[in-house]
Design a protein around this ligand. Structure first.
Ligand code: ZN
Length: 306
């Protein structure tokens, strides 16, 4: 498993492990050699996913199209020195890299073989981009945001001084009200900033408590921890034992938050994602897989869109 994929980096000198590299790993199919043998997957029943050619392509990239059972799949092909064919989905669609000795027909065959996976990933990505386009509409009176896995409602206009949460801070219910001290028609940036401020306060408290609890029960201890607002990772742990936790985790249900905390604590023992690492996660938080799978569907930039 690849670690050390650093995008933000106060600590780039140290070996860094990031959850992003693992948890969003499903976007990147493990590389495999172009040998046939696996039967093609059944055609997808869902409607066609557009795979348009980007307006511009780099000089060493060639555009290809293959005919899958359900639809045409366009993809960008780049030759590389790697020894296997790699498939990655990004904002420009399907990107394929292949060694120069592999024929175009062989590359097409691999894309066809993985058609169901490719189309599913493209569909999910396009859905998320559509959600992001409408995310801003939440930052207004009556808007709903997730807090500890429950959707709470923003109300503007009546709060006296600071934000007031009309519910149990650590056991919210669906539809609980968060009153923000802003005029009823405050613009979205002010509403978002005010709500973020409140969420970050709750994150400091909740994450700190969960970290304490799991440290005590596991016998592990970070040298220090702090909140992060990284765009691409939920948490990280470096070789000096510093743990960073994304404040946006406060949007998730408690079990998911515990999983991220346990994941980073396990890195204090194992700076990798080996089998021993996952056994350590299991020791700290038995049955963590459900929460891990829930988190896989999200990236920090897609929140608060639970
Ligand atoms: Zn990790």
């Amino acid at each position: 498993m690849k670690c050390g994929n650093s995008i933000l980096n106060a600590m780039s000198r140290h070996k860094q492990l990031d959850l992003f590299a693992f948890d969003l790993n499903s976007r990147q199919e493990p590389a495999f050699r172009p040998v046939a043998g696996v039967a093609p997957p059944p055609p997808a029943a869902s409607p066609a996913v557009p795979t348009p050619r980007p307006p511009t392509l780099a000089g060493d990239v060639r555009w290809r199209e293959v005919y899958a059972p359900s639809q045409v799949i366009g993809y960008a092909l780049r030759r590389s020195r790697r020894k296997s064919i790699g498939l990655v989905i990004n904002d420009d669609g399907l990107q394929v890299t292949a060694p120069s000795w592999v024929t175009l027909a062989q590359v097409d065959a691999v894309v066809l073989e993985k058609a169901a996976w490719v189309l599913e990933k493209l569909r999910l990505r396009q859905e998320r981009q559509e959600q992001l386009a409408t995310a801003d509409t939440q930052w207004q009176d009556g808007g709903r945001i997730p807090y500890l896995g429950k959707r709470i409602e923003l109300r503007l206009g009546d709060a006296p001084d600071g934000p007031v949460f009309e519910g149990l801070l650590h056991a919210p219910e669906q539809g609980d009200i968060l009153r923000l001290p802003l005029p009823r028609h405050a613009d979205r940036d002010r509403v978002r900033d005010s709500a973020h401020g409140w969420l970050q306060l709750q994150a400091t408290e909740w994450l700190g408590q969960r970290l304490d609890r799991l440290q005590r029960s596991s016998g592990l201890a970070a040298t220090r921890w702090r909140l992060s607002s990284a765009a691409t990772r939920w948490g990280s742990c470096n070789s000096e034992g510093h743990i960073m936790l994304n404040w946006r985790l406060i949007h998730f249900e408690p079990a998911v938050i515990d999983y991220v905390v346990a994941h980073e604590l396990a890195h204090l023992r194992h700076m990798n994602h080996s089998a021993a690492f996952w056994r350590e996660v299991e020791r700290i938080l038995p049955g963590f897989e459900v929460a891990r799978n829930a988190l896989r569907r999200h990236s920090p930039t897609s929140l608060p869109l639970l």
